[in-house]
Design a protein around this ligand. Structure first.
Ligand SMILES: Nc1ncnc2c1ncn2[C@@H]1O[C@H](COP(=O)(O)OP(=O)(O)OP(=O)(O)O)[C@@H](O)[C@H]1O
Ligand SMILES: O=c1[nH]c(=O)c2[nH+]cn([C@@H]3O[C@H](COP(=O)(O)O)[C@@H](O)[C@H]3O)c2[nH]1
Ligand SMILES: NC(=O)CC[C@H](N)C(=O)O
Ligand SMILES: [Mg+2]
Length: 525
């Protein structure tokens, strides 16, 4: 399989490069800029893309191995990647006097393999103009030997360069973001035309590759899989089951932080559809016990991650040759937990299944979805024959209500929250948008209720109340890395609020969260 290696210099949008390449049906992986040249040779990429990054090449130790330019493989540099390429090959980079952040227009060369035939409009001089998104302060001021300029504008006369003979291209702007209107096509050009990669990364092909890899990894061992009934672990279960059949045992853990009736539903779905072995473990007392008195979100996440592994280890001890713990970990879990792999981003929160795993764990990890984005996981689920209702469920985090009850988790809070949340979801499903014909559960990517352990005053039936507050949260997103709050209709919000206050005794106030990600995150903890 042809594949593209992306070297990450720490840009906030590096993972978008990986997505765009995969959208061209070519497999790509992201690795830290400082991987060794031997690693690169062994990876055997069809092409290399160098990401952007926050540093300045002339004063930074963020330097990849320049031997990668001697491998005879096409290279595309983006922003910092361009600057590093230019400087490493003998050009010059300096701090610019004009910084460009946001939209910009560049004039591009028609005869370049990267841009030829792509234009958003012509200017009065009849030149091709492309709308792009810039985010830089430094710029290339002298070209390395063999290169020529293929795009420019006033602020940045050297906005894109190439040495077509060697297959080296570099752009100061960001083709991976949608604001660069023809960015997707530029990435397609690089990957398919310039690198000549075959577009063979499709889900049916991927299933064969993944199945073979799982069989090779696992051999005759047994595998325990943490099954939550959510999208990711269900798809992982179906994939691993296809690979190793009865060597797989799934463990569904009731951690006391599940939604209303979730346990019953998950067991019913799996018994019906998948034909895999599932063990139901009620560990609610164990989780709730360890969470008592703990208020810090990261501490709560670590405890939950640890207790999950306790349960998985206890269950694996009952099987004669269980050596693997499989999880439905996906790419955003890894990135948000501070890119265990690239290690160059900040920790926002430790996802229980990545940053929350204890060091003492004895089982080896089997995570066949670790490199996939959510929408790819869904596509894989469909290709594996899972029911659409399951594949298109909203995600529900492993720590569950534990990160939706702010501060200390108490039984009373969890019970109130379960009821309020069930009402919200029921009303989202019942409300159909006239314009699209879809219900609001389908129109949102994730929706839930958050419990706030504060009391406010109300009046109900002429009496004073002094009860808890909950917040409704609903977002629209495709990758869960960024999200917009959903513009739910007022009458729907009104109905949900009425029902929660009337039906859940103990809650007398409902608010709606109107924060995007960033700057907020989707979950409140
Ligand atoms: N209640 C649970 N019992 C067993 N394993 C769990 C449970 N909750 C989470 N896990 C494990 O943790 C992993 C990460 O959870 P996460 O919520 O991200 O994925 P998911 O539940 O499979 O899918 P979704 O994102 O749709 O909720 C799961 O894939 C699963 O392996
Ligand atoms: O399995 C999980 N374990 C976790 O610890 C965890 N934390 C957040 N999430 C889910 O990840 C997505 C992004 O969440 P945030 O915007 O809150 O970081 C959202 O879909 C969250 O629900 C988790 N999933
Ligand atoms: N986004 C980037 O890659 C920026 C590169 C470099 N830090 C600059 O300001 O020019
Ligand atoms: Mg989940």
């Amino acid at each position: 399989m042809d594949k593209i290696l992306i070297l990450d210099f720490g840009s906030q949008v590096t993972q978008l490069i990986a997505r765009r390449v995969r959208e061209a049906h070519v497999y790509s992986e992201l690795h830290s800029f400082d991987v060794s040249i031997d690693f690169i040779r062994e990876f055997n990429p069809t092409g290399i893309i160098l990401s952007g990054g926050p540093n300045s090449v002339y004063e930074s130790d963020y330097q990849a191995d320049p031997k990668l330019f001697e491998l005879g493989i096409p290279v595309l540099g983006i922003c910092y990647g361009m600057q590093w390429m230019a400087e490493s090959l003998g050009g010059k980079v300096e701090a610019g006097t004009v910084r460009e952040f946001g939209f910009a227009e560049i004039r591009s060369q028609e005869n370049s393999k990267l841009f030829g035939g792509l234009e958003d409009r012509k200017n009065s001089a009849g030149e091709s103009v492309l709308e792009v998104w810039m985010s830089h302060g430094d710029k290339v001021t002298a070209l390395p030997a063999g290169f020529s300029v293929i795009a420019s504008n006033e602020a940045c006369p050297i906005a894109a360069i190439s040495d077509e003979a060697r297959g080296f291209y570099a752009v100061q702007f960001h083709p991976e973001v949608t604001h660069t209107l023809k960015g997707r096509e530029m990435i397609n050009r690089f990957v398919l035309d310039i690198c000549g990669a075959k577009p063979s990364w499709t889900m049916p092909n991927y299933i064969d590759v993944a199945v073979a890899k799982i069989r090779e990894q696992v051999g005759t061992d047994e595998v325990i899989l943490g099954l939550s009934g959510g999208v990711d672990s269900s798809v992982a279960a179906a994939l691993i089951h296809r690979a190793i059949g009865s060597q797989l045992t799934c463990v569904f853990v009731d951690n006391g932080l599940l939604r209303l009736n979730e346990g019953k539903q998950v067991m019913a779905t799996f018994a019906e559809h998948l034909g895999v072995k599932v063990i139901h473990v009620d560990a609610s007392a164990q989780f709730m016990g360890h969470l008592a008195g703990v208020t810090d979100p990261e501490a709560k996440r670590k405890i939950i991650g640890r207790e999950f592994v306790e349960v998985f280890q206890a269950e694996s001890a009952k099987l004669p040759s269980a050596k693997w713990l499989a999880q439905g970990t996906i790419y955003p879990d890894v990135i948000e937990s501070a890119g265990a792999k690239t290690g160059k981003a900040h920790t926002i929160k430790s996802h229980h299944n990545v940053g929350g795993l204890p060091e003492t764990m004895k089982l080896s990890l089997l995570e066949p979805l670790r490199e996939l984005f959510k929408d790819e996981v869904r596509e894989l689920g469909v290709a594996l024959g899972l029911a659409p209702e399951l594949v298109y469920r909203h995600p529900f985090p492993g720590p569950g209500l534990g990160v939706r009850i702010l501060g200390e988790v108490k039984q009373e809070y969890a019970d109130l929250l379960r009821f309020a949340d069930a009402i919200f979801i029921e009303e989202l499903r019942a409300a159909v948008d006239a314009k699209t014909g879809k219900n609001w559960y389908e129109l949102t990517s994730q929706a839930f209720v958050v419990f706030l352990p504060v009391k406010s005053v109300g009046v109900m039936g002429d009496g004073r109340t002094y009860d808890y507050v909950v917040a409704l949260r609903a977002v629209v997103t495709s990758d869960f890395m960024t999200a917009k709050w959903a513009e739910l209709p007022y009458d729907l919000l009104g109905k949900v609020s009425n029902r929660i206050i009337n039906e859940v005794k103990g809650i007398n106030r409902v608010v709606y969260d109107v924060s995007g990600k960033p700057p907020a995150t989707i979950e409140w903890e």
